[in-house]
Design a protein around this ligand. Sequence first.
Ligand code: TXA
Ligand code: MG
Length: 352
Amino acid sequence: MNTKVLKVDQSHIDQNLIEQAADFIKNEELVAFPTETVYGLGANGLVPEAAAKIYAAKGRPSDNPLILHISDIEQLKPLVTDIPEAAKKAMKAFWPGPMTVILNKKAIVPDGTTGGLSTVAVRMPDHPVALALISASQCPIAAPSANTSGRPSPTKAEHVFEDMKGKIPCILDGGMVGIGIESTIIDFTGEHPMILRPGFITPEMFEEVIGEPVSIDPAVLDSNKLKGLAPKAPGMKYKHYAPKADLLLVSGDIDKVVGYINKKTEQAHDQALRVGIIGTDDTISSYHGDVILSIGTRDSDDTIAQNLYDVLRQFDHEDVDVIYSQVFDSGENGFAIMNRLTKAAGYDRIEV
Ligand code: TXA
Ligand code: MG
């Protein structure tokens, strides 16, 4: 299959390109498109045969449900049985934006989209290209992140091309995304709202808007990993975002972290191993590894979120045997960043 890449300028959207992409969606084909979080791999969310193509292209387990993307709040009502007050407040505050809500689904939403669950995930993305595509397609668009299952989510059209070339007919290229990590998922079907996946919108931001306590799925707090809890978002149980080389996180006072990683690098070199290092703009010149990449500025967690997946993907193109990384747990994105990075490292972390 030939994969067409259509470059769209966000500030002057060429409606002709959007219509070309929407035609694929209308014909039950797949289109990858930019959102403010990561690129999505879209299909008509109300047609099971279309959604099935997403699972095939990604190699995604079929019990892992998809998010339905809408461009207008009117599209929500036909999809869900009820919208609790707390959910209304959250949608008013955070849509369009990096928030996915879990609500009880109506029969019109096929089991092929929700992995057989009685609930459905819905999001209104804050990206002009995504909104234009959904609106031109005249249906809710089911879209997971547009990566091969198990690889880092795509934050650039080039990442999508790397994974989906020859497997899908169309990629809308809207340049690099703004946020860089997937939306916060919040479940409104229980007694109290519960965050199933951390993201740019934090528990505190929700509590301020909703005016009631918001809990976090205990299985998402990595300290609980060993207790063997099953996460409530099916996708959170898979080993995600793993780079090909072993990744080890090193936390502690930054001077000690640099010292430790340099010592480990020397030991690795003695064994003829090649070392990759993930640092920040202010630390990379202090390391002696073979491939040293900066993930952003230490005092701007927004830059770190934006570059996280790109850096992990870059290492897959490098010949390194082991990767050491600082931890990036500060700022409002710290929790969401570490949720992804900790999984990428297979929970390998040492404190120095
Ligand atoms: O930012 C995002 O959310 C991106 C962009 C493309 O919108 N999408 C994304 O989709 O990250 P995906 O498929 O990679 O992650 C969706 C997550 C999975 O962990 C899935 O298990 C969970 O949402 N999910 C979907 N429907 C659910 C439901 N009904 N109940 C609980 N979890 C659900
Ligand atoms: Mg994903």
